[in-house]
Design a binder for this molecule. Structure first.
Ligand code: UT7
Length: 319
């Protein structure tokens, strides 16, 4: 059976790292509040020379190197972001050019924090369908540009970064992406949104969130969609080697693992280091756990995310 296998991963972070204590000098907050409520200890913030495209390109180069795949083999780039360099052209085409690829399919997907799961699912299906033999799937964000630095309830939660993986078509029964499931429910638009856009205010806008209500939905939706990908493949929770979740809040990670009966040691946690990097968070966490040797060839992994829309989704893969 033709499947997409994960051939390599990569990630990139802005040079500047901002600790909770540094943030508390500008905003009425404290390291203690942020750590206790979210698990976040620091985040990376892009400077003017670092953009979604530059971070995405660096992550993509590392993923290509790890996969041993030359850039000119890539037939498809799907880039998930809510913070493109420009409204158009798609940031994927900027990455394409920076990688020296003159002809391939390249486009962005917008599903906010679930963006990487949407991008992975789209790319997987296009690879399985024969439209490309090698694909780059990227999640990249500069969410700091959307933050209202006067709103302590949101500005402490997010960071910038990028993660990428190379998918390769292979004939295999039990490796690579085994199943993906995606959802959206637009009735919850007003719980997490940006108050601007090209077709409404003509401005970029700032992020607005009713955090408590998002939290409540997140645990239920994430547990449900993880059960869906398990059911789709016939796997049981105890067979999972690693959960690679969207990194929004350590309490959401703990509550979701508990709901599924998963040991907390099997959950990859990077929210303490990166905060919530939206579409970049799952591939950033994946690359971190691959590079530090936790995730090994043959491991059964599940990835999940939930965000604005609401959108939510999950994937199960044999790494
Ligand atoms: O990636 C997309 C998905 N997003 C999420 O998953 C986010 C989900 N939500 C959350 O992670 C949590 O709801 C938050 C971390 C955003 C907030 O935690 P909470 O336990 O729900 O706190 P809260 O919003 O109920 O606020 C509790 C108190 C409030 O004060 P009062 O009204 O009780 O006096 C806030 O004003 O904490 C106050 N507060 C802060 N204090 C210090 C809010 N932000 C801060 C802050 N520093 N940064």
């Amino acid at each position: 059976m033709r499947r997409s296998v994960i051939a390599g991963t990569g990630s990139a972070l802005p040079a500047r790292c901002v600790t909770n204590a540094q943030l508390a000098e500008q905003v009425d907050t404290s390291d203690e509040w942020i750590v206790e409520r979210t698990g976040i200890r620091q985040r990376h913030i892009a400077d003017a020379s670092e953009t979604t495209a530059t971070l995405a390109t660096e992550a993509a180069k590392k993923a290509l190197a790890a996969a041993g795949v030359p850039a000119d083999k890539i037939g498809l780039i799907v880039l998930a972001t809510a913070t493109p360099d420009q409204t158009f052209p798609a940031t994927a085409t900027k990455v394409q050019t920076a990688l020296g690829i003159n002809d391939c399919i390249a486009f962005d997907v917008a599903a906010v924090c679930t963006g990487f799961l949407y991008a992975l699912s789209v790319a997987d299906n296009m690879v399985k369908g024969g439209m490309a033999d090698y694909a780059l799937v990227i999640g990249a964000e500069t969410f700091s540009r959307l933050l209202d630095w006067e709103d302590r309830a949101t500005c402490v939660l997010f960071g910038d970064g990028a993660g990428a993986l190379v998918l390769k078509a292979e004939d295999t029964e039990d490796s690579g992406i085994l199943a993906t499931r995606l959802h959206a429910d637009g009735r919850h638009n007003e719980l997490l949104y940006v108050d601007g856009g090209p077709s409404t205010t003509g401005t970029v806008g700032k992020l607005r969130m009713k955090g408590k209500e998002v939290f409540r939905h997140a645990v239920v939706n994430l547990a449900d969609v993880l059960n869906e990908v398990l059911a789709a493949t016939g796997h049981q929770p105890h067979e999972i080697d690693w959960v690679v979740p969207h990194q929004a809040n350590k309490r959401i990670l703990d509550a979701t693992a508990k709901k599924l009966g998963l040991a907390p040691e099997k959950v990859v946690v990077t929210v303490d280091q990166h905060a919530n990097t939206s579409a970049a968070s799952v591939p950033l966490a994946l690359d971190t756990a691959v590079r530090d040797g936790r995730i090994k060839k043959g491991d059964l992994i599940v990835m999940e995310a939930m965000g604005g829309g609401f959108t939510w989704g999950a994937a199960i893969a044999r790494y």
